[in-house]
Design a protein around this ligand. Structure first.
Ligand SMILES: [Cu+2]
Length: 320
């Protein structure tokens, strides 16, 4: 038997019957009312679950270096003043809104400015800015200029401290330099005295190891695109730019036994795998640092020897 031909009319009739049988999927009034609340909770939860993105909930992270601590205290001073100004201005605004709100029968007074008040808040705002500028300049020194290493840091006679003048240097000229090289998508750390001449010096990837109580100067550059060096607890961000050297420093306090890890991440979107470009700074005692460098040099020279032997063997057999 042949099926009856489906005409436009019969299809339309069938659809309307179907529509009557299945109620439309519209959110109930309760769901619609709860939606903004659910959205707000989801947004708050997503922010709370990403504490690393904050690098400190309200204020920048600190505690790993004097410059990070100075950045933190400058931020707190500015934040407190900003909160006081905000509360004062908004308080006055809401007070005026309620006190002078429209009432039946009341006629609004027509006011054309108040010279004393206007001069007052202009001078007041200027004084706040001048105060903030003075505090900022006072704090800039400890943020930008590296101090001397502590007495229990690495000593000059160990041969790892230098007094090169091509970058930032503590007053006594003694510092430990680490060359930081960013490249898609990994950080390389070369433990060298002169980063422009660092070939053959010991190096590590992703994790830098440094001695505590020692002023460490970082010589930062990139071999491909712009990256940004950032370990929040050790100070501010510093750009890693191809063809250019950027300098910053930190001086970490004595770690607990076994060392202390400070984590960070490239802070400049540098490509597809930017999120994988993490970095760690491991702070150990000066003695442990010496042992680490000696061990690193030993394993690198052993690996070089082995690859030389392999090359010699391949050359002899005619495969190279
Ligand atoms: Cu990056």
């Amino acid at each position: 038997m042949l099926a009856a031909p489906v005409t436009l009319w019969s299809r339309g009739k069938r659809m309307s019957r179907l529509r009557a049988a299945v109620p439309p999927l519209r959110p109930s009034a309760r769901v619609r009312r709860a939606f903004p609340l659910v959205l707000a909770v989801a947004l708050t939860a997503s922010l709370l679950l990403a504490p690393a993105a904050f690098a400190g909930a309200l204020t920048p992270e600190s505690g790993g270096s004097p410059n990070a601590d100075a950045i933190h205290s400058l931020y707190v001073i500015t934040l407190v003043i900003a909160v006081l100004v905000f509360v004062g201005v908004e308080g006055a605004l809401f007070y005026a809104l309620f006190k002078f709100r429209a009432r039946k029968g009341a006629t609004a007074a027509q006011i054309h400015g108040n010279t004393r008040l206007e001069i007052g808040w202009t001078v007041g705002a200027a004084l706040i800015l001048v105060g903030l500028t003075i505090v900022t300049f006072l704090k800039l020194g400890p943020i930008v200029d590296p101090p001397n290493s502590d007495a229990n840091g690495i000593r000059g006679e160990s041969g790892v401290l230098t007094a090169s003048t091509n970058d930032i240097t503590p007053p006594n000229g003694q510092k430990l330099t680490v060359c930081v090289t960013g490249r898609q998508y990994i950080w390389r750390f070369t433990y060298a005295v002169d980063c422009k001449n660092a070939y053959g010096q010991p190096y590590t990837y992703t994790r830098m190891t440094v001695p505590s109580n020692t002023t460490v100067v970082l010589d930062i550059e990139s071999t491909d695109v712009a990256h940004s060096w950032w370990i929040p607890k050790l100070g501010g961000k510093f750009d890693a730019i191809p063809g250019s050297h950027n300098y910053t420093w930190f001086k970490a306090p004595a770690p607990p036994p076994g060392g202390k890890l400070y984590s960070g991440q490239c802070a400049e979107f540098c490509g597809r795998l930017h999120a994988n470009m993490v970095a760690q700074v491991r702070v150990v005692s000066p003695a442990e640092y010496q042992a680490f460098i000696a061990n690193l040099k030993g394993s690198i020279s052993q690996a070089n020897k082995q690859s030389q032997q392999l090359r010699d063997r391949l050359r002899k057999s005619g495969d190279l």
